[in-house]
Design a protein around this ligand. Structure first.
Ligand code: NAD
Ligand code: ZN
Length: 241
């Protein structure tokens, strides 16, 4: 648990800030039972996520990559938002200006009621056509192993930013604008190892935001933030309201 004084300092910041940005990573959904990539439960068969979530893997064996995404969709379809997701959605409704940046692709923030969301790494519940590039919502579980576009018959891929791919430029620049102008940045459950998302924290600090981190373990951010609380997201985030 966090020392009481840190928690009350953070509560005061949350209550007084008129412009808040929250940045989340896989750790916030860990409390919903969604495996993180770097945690001990993050394995799938004998593959590593980093070996499957790449354009090269999809080129080599789209069926295997879809098999993995189908497995992840199946796991996710049984998961629900937890109290931390709900608290973030409530915070949005109480704050003058509120933006949520997430590295998660699981859609749980949306289910919890968050609205102003920048999904840096895409959305596992969307497909993108490799030919005509159209993006559509798709909640089928399981999806056929080689799904094709209804418009142009091109091969569909998950609408996910894979390792080695560029992030959507518009989403990325809105995220940087958000942290550069906010009063308070709350970083929840991210390892700070994935770029360019990892650059958002130093950018917020450089522009004068108060930055707080909530994570089970110390991260590369911990020494640079104004306040670091080591605890489970679902235990601490609801207490901030
Ligand atoms: P990560 O797996 O690198 O790190 C997870 C972080 O969460 C760790 O620092 C860990 O200490 C912390 N954590 C674990 N349980 C926690 C809890 N209960 N409360 C608070 N913190 C907790 O995750 P990342 O930083 O998001 O980067 C991984 C990449 O993998 C992202 O790009 C993301 O797109 C993708 N990913 C997404 C999901 C998802 O959508 N749920 C799941 C796995 C991976
Ligand atoms: Zn198409």
């Amino acid at each position: 648990m966090a020392p009481g004084s840190d928690l009350s300092r953070l509560k005061e910041r949350v209550a007084s800030a008129k412009d808040i940005v929250v940045l989340t990573g896989a750790g916030i959904s860990a409390d919903s039972g969604v495996p993180t990539f770097r945690g001990k439960d993050g394995l799938w068969r004998t593959y590593r996520a980093e070996d499957l979530a790449t354009p090269e893997a999809f080129e080599r064996d789209p069926r295997l990559v879809w098999e993995w995404y189908n497995w992840r969709r199946e796991v996710l379809s049984t998961k629900k938002p937890n109290d931390a997701h709900y608290a973030i959605a409530q915070l949005e409704s109480r704050t003058d200006r509120f933006q949520l940046i997430t590295q998660n692709v699981d859609g749980l923030h949306r289910v919890a009621g968050s609205k102003n969301i920048y999904e840096l790494h895409g959305d596992i519940w969307k497909t993108r056509c490799t030919s005509c590039l159209s993006v559509i919502d798709n909640h089928e579980v399981p999806l056929s192993l080689l799904p094709h576009c209804q418009t142009c018959a091109g091969l569909l891929r998950p609408h996910i930013v894979w390792f080695g791919e560029a992030l959507d430029q518009d989403t990325l620049s809105k995220s940087f604008q958000a942290v550069e102008s906010c009063e308070l940045l709350l970083i929840i459950g991210t390892s700070g190892l994935v770029y360019p998302a990892a650059m958002l924290m130093p950018s917020a600090k450089a522009h004068g935001a108060f930055v707080a981190e909530i994570n089970l373990d110390p991260t590369p951010y911990s020494s640079g933030v104004d306040l670091s609380i080591q605890a489970r997201a679902k235990e601490i985030v609801p207490l901030l309201l």
